[in-house]
Design a protein around this ligand. Structure first.
Ligand code: SF4
Ligand code: MG
Length: 315
């Protein structure tokens, strides 16, 4: 497979009175064409910030992102315009991300208008095509967002993201605000669109309940750090990192082969402005050892294609 995005040692810090809040620290990941990488972690773990920085909705503090081999942070104006067509984002809250005073037609056509492509009849035809692609009815053209259910609104958000024929989409918790019954429908829609259109996704989620069904590989983040990365099956079958194990034990999985040594995750994520020394997870880790306080575990390939950062695997 061909690498579409190569993220190299990306850092995104926010500064408060010169104190850095390290929202994303040392993120390195290659996303291959046509795959879905799940990005999982509790709120405040830096997932959204990572998603926005890798498509340059935010500027990085350090590091690079190569898109088709070119560093997106060094693009000129014309390059940025092309990037804005190629990469899109779908947001968590469809209610908040769709302008309530715009019709569905104008919402979906907004990217076309911004980029000055397709006007008049062609614009209308494209919007109708997009509505059908996401399972909505062309009769919905003139309606307003409040006339739709949450799931339908997310479909509108997806249609808008597809308007310019993107290659890569950051799906920032697109199902978290939806009823459980609707979540699977949206995940299935995203999967079928991926097959039809050859899309590549970064799919962000705060737990491991649905992410398995869409992701080829999953990256788990904690407090801005990568803690585990592997293919979906391995992550669910043999989670290595205590944080992943704790996240998984919170998910009911109807599969008898999967390990279920219950380990409940207690307490909150510590403040990223004052993170624990050594391993960032140690304040909540039931297996923490002396070394975890003094030294940060290295990112290591423990099994073939299965990476984690934990002192338990440094032997
Ligand atoms: Fe727990 Fe130590 Fe591993 Fe961190 S490095 S997850 S504290 S065992
Ligand atoms: Mg978020």
């Amino acid at each position: 497979k061909r690498p579409l995005l190569e993220i190299n040692d990306l850092k995104k810090y926010f500064f408060f009175k010169k104190q850095p809040l390290k929202a994303v620290d040392h993120l390195s990941l290659t996303i291959f064409e046509g795959e879905t990488v799940g990005l999982v972690g509790e709120s405040g773990c830096g997932k959204s910030t990572a998603g926005k920085t890798i498509i340059r909705l935010l500027d990085p503090t350090e590091g690079e992102v190569l898109y088709n081999g070119t560093n997106i942070y060094e693009l000129n104006k014309a390059g940025m315009k092309k990037l804005r067509k190629d990469v899109q984002i779908i947001f968590q809250d469809p209610y908040a991300s769709l302008n309530p005073r715009m019709t569905v037609e104008d919402i979906i056509a907004e990217p076309l208008d911004i980029h000055g492509v397709l006007k008049g009849k062609k614009r209308r035809e494209r919007v109708v095509e997009l509505l059908e692609l996401v399972g909505l009815n062309p009769e919905h053209l003139h309606r307003f967002p409040h006339e739709f259910s949450g799931g339908q609104m997310q479909r509108i958000g997806i249609a808008r993201a597809l308007a310019l024929n993107p290659k890569f989409i950051v799906c920032d918790e697109p199902i978290s605000a939806l009823d459980v019954s609707v979540q699977a429908q949206i995940v299935n829609l995203l999967k079928s669109l991926q097959e039809k259109l050859g899309l590549t996704y970064l799919f962000i989620a705060h737990d491991l309940s649905m992410v398995k069904y869409i992701s080829d590989r999953i990256l788990v983040m904690y407090l801005g750090h990568m803690v585990e990365l592997t293919d979906s099956d391995s992550l669910y079958r043999e989670p290595l990192h205590p944080y992943t194990q704790a996240l998984l034990s919170a998910v009911p999985i109807p599969d008898p082969d999967i390990k279920t040594d219950k380990m409940v995750l207690e307490g909150d994520v510590p403040s990223p402005i004052n993170p624990p020394s050594g391993c960032v997870f140690r304040t909540r880790c039931k297996q923490a050892m002396d070394i975890c306080r003094v030294s940060a575990p290295e990112w290591k390939e423990v099994r073939d294609g299965h990476f984690t950062a934990c002192h338990l695997y440094n032997g």
